[in-house]
Design a protein around this ligand. Structure first.
Ligand SMILES: [Cu+2]
Length: 116
């Protein structure tokens, strides 16, 4: 009988531990894309931490490209695109808009700082 109670307690602890992990949603970073900037212009992430980038284009089609973090996506006008990223190396990276969106397109950059 004692043994059964012990097993029940152990199962309850395991169930709670599993639920705790499932509740750990990635941090969300909101970013607006518009001619000719990303707002904020710089975001800071932590190496090894998974985050969701929630990027909304406020005007025309933009893009977000950064090879180092495997970002390569179109940002449709008026829509929000979610990207999950887990940076594997620390440093300072520059993501660019890779859809021509007008005269200031070349300056449309997002700095991503990844801290150790
Ligand atoms: Cu652009």
């Amino acid at each position: 009988m004692k043994r059964h109670l012990f097993l029940l307690a152990a199962m309850a602890v395991l169930a709670l531990a599993a639920r705790g992990r499932a509740d750990e949603a990635p941090r969300i970073v909101e970013i607006a894309a518009k001619r000719f900037e990303f707002v904020p212009g710089t975001i800071t992430l932590k190496k090894g931490d998974t985050v969701t980038l929630r990027v909304t284009s406020e005007d025309v089609i933009h893009g977000l490209f950064l090879r180092d973090l495997k970002l390569d996506t179109d940002l449709e006008p008026g829509r929000t695109t979610e990207l999950t990223v887990t940076p594997e190396k620390a440093g300072r990276f520059t993501a660019i808009c890779h859809h021509y969106c007008g005269n200031g397109h070349g300056n449309m950059k997002l700095t991503i700082v990844v801290e150790e």
